[in-house]
Write a protein that binds this ligand. Structure first.
Ligand SMILES: *Cc1c(COP(=O)(O)O)cnc(C)c1O
Length: 420
């Protein structure tokens, strides 16, 4: 008889052997004390400082969001009660979509249950609605985009990460009248680098291609109103579809696309990941709207984040830690070995009360394992000092050499492209 259990056990054993078995850290976030949280450790509750949260601006416990969420739940209840088509379209969600369309200066926006779903079903649906569409996808795109491209079931080409020459080559090779969809991100979440949006728009316009941009790691944080890198670079109007999340800098849950009415209406009408699932509850929609509205006019969070990021980068570099150069709020410290990366994370948590999840394959290519640090407005100079000291001590304990990180170059992109 077939050994079902054995199959599952060996699937996990492989991960353990390669030091990439995922162990979740059981946390209780404490309102008013971010980035401090309680860790339910094997020996009981302990206070830790979280340095790897995607609640980039600490909005997840902003009083305006908590009030909006509680008020909506009290007046409109907990769940949406149905799919968008069958009784689930609630007033708070309609308001959220208007707020998002305004944020990106687009005709319309559509909310999904997560950023993952918005990419997966959004990309697949848009590509399927275009006859004989060719998708051109950046090699380092997030898994949700890779899966969306796969589900589109049309021809695709992967362009080397942020390599305009390669993208142009591929565009030139495609027939002039053929529909083409360029799929890419603005801020890449693991290396913290930024796509040359203006040049990509130039290429897209020259070759009659449509653009689909994931701004998940940029919305709320870049641009005058938090509209993302496209707003910062003045190219929002030139991007056909902007995709974002409500779960990172906006501090709640959900994903969305924004674009011309015709595109949004077509996705609304055809995307299975939108149609066949229950709508977001009003409480979450109301909190997300409060967050977006706040960050449209308040630059204080963005300024404080930039200051914390600069202080963290400076302190870690000065301590001799191999920080990957980035121009964004993402601060990767390279380890380059899966076992050491996990051990470094464990020691930081156990001995220093500092929580930074190790990032191993397949999230990043093998050999580029790292600790990915995300300073927020709440990480003050004292916490930064403590972090630098703790990391130096851990590097010493594990016998990892200090010094500058040397990027392995093109190899990165190719490993991921092959895997994706
Ligand atoms: C996190 C992430 C997503 C998914 O967003 P969720 O709202 O968390 O599902 C999409 N794209 C990128 C680049 C991401 O990092």
């Amino acid at each position: 008889m077939f050994d079902y259990n054995g199959s599952f056990q060996s699937a996990v054993a492989v991960l353990k052997r390669e030091h990439r078995y995922r162990v979740f850290v059981d946390l209780e976030r404490k309102v008013g004390q971010f980035p401090h949280a309680l860790w339910n450790s094997p020996t009981g509750k302990r206070d830790v400082v979280v340095w790897c949260s995607n609640d980039y601006l600490g909005m997840g416990q902003h009083p305006k969001l908590i009030d909006a969420m509680c008020a909506a739940a009290r007046t409109m209840g907990t769940g949406a009660g149905g799919t968008r088509n069958i009784s689930g379209t609630n007033r708070a969600l309609v308001e959220l979509e208007a707020e998002l369309a305004d944020l990106h200066s687009k005709e319309a926006a559509l909310v999904f249950t997560s950023g993952y779903v918005s990419n997966h079903t959004g990309i697949a649906t848009i590509a399927k609605l275009l006859p004989d569409c060719l998708i051109l996808s950046d090699a380092l795109n997030h898994n949700s985009m890779i899966e969306g491209v796969r589900a589109a079931d049309c021809s695709k080409q992967i362009w080397r990460h942020n390599d305009l020459k390669h993208l142009e080559e591929l565009l030139c090779r495609a027939a002039a009248g053929r529909p083409k969809l360029i799929v890419f991100e603005s801020v890449y979440s693991m290396d913290g680098d930024v796509a040359p949006l203006e040049a990509i728009c130039d290429l897209a316009e020259r070759h009659g291609a449509m653009t689909y941009l994931d701004e998940v790691h940029a919305v709320g944080m870049y641009g005058r109103r938090g509209g993302g890198i496209a707003e910062r670079d003045g190219v929002m109007a030139r991007i056909d579809v902007i995709e974002g999340t409500l779960a990172k800098a906006f501090g709640t849950l959900g994903g969305y696309i924004a674009g011309r009415s015709a595109i949004v209406d077509a996705v609304r009408s055809h995307a299975p990941g939108f149609i066949f699932t229950t709508a977001l509850p009003p409480s979450i929609a109301a909190a997300a709207t409060a967050s977006i509205a706040h960050l449209k006019t308040s630059g204080a969070e963005r300024a404080a984040q930039r200051a914390a990021v600069a202080a963290t980068k400076a302190a870690l570099r000065e301590a001799g830690l191999p920080v990957l150069d980035t121009e964004t709020h993402i601060v990767p410290v390279m380890v380059g070995d899966p076992a050491k990366c996990k051990q470094a994370s464990d020691l930081l948590l156990d001995r220093h009360g500092i929580y930074i999840q190790p990032i191993n394959y397949p999230t990043v290519p093998r050999g580029t394992e790292r600790l990915r640090i995300t300073p927020t407005p709440a990480h003050d100079v004292r916490l930064v000092r403590q972090l630098a000291d703790a990391m130096v001590s851990v590097w010493h304990d594990l016998g990892i050499a200090l010094g500058r990180y040397h990027q392995p170059g093109d190899q990165r992109a190719q490993t991921v492209a092959a895997g994706g």
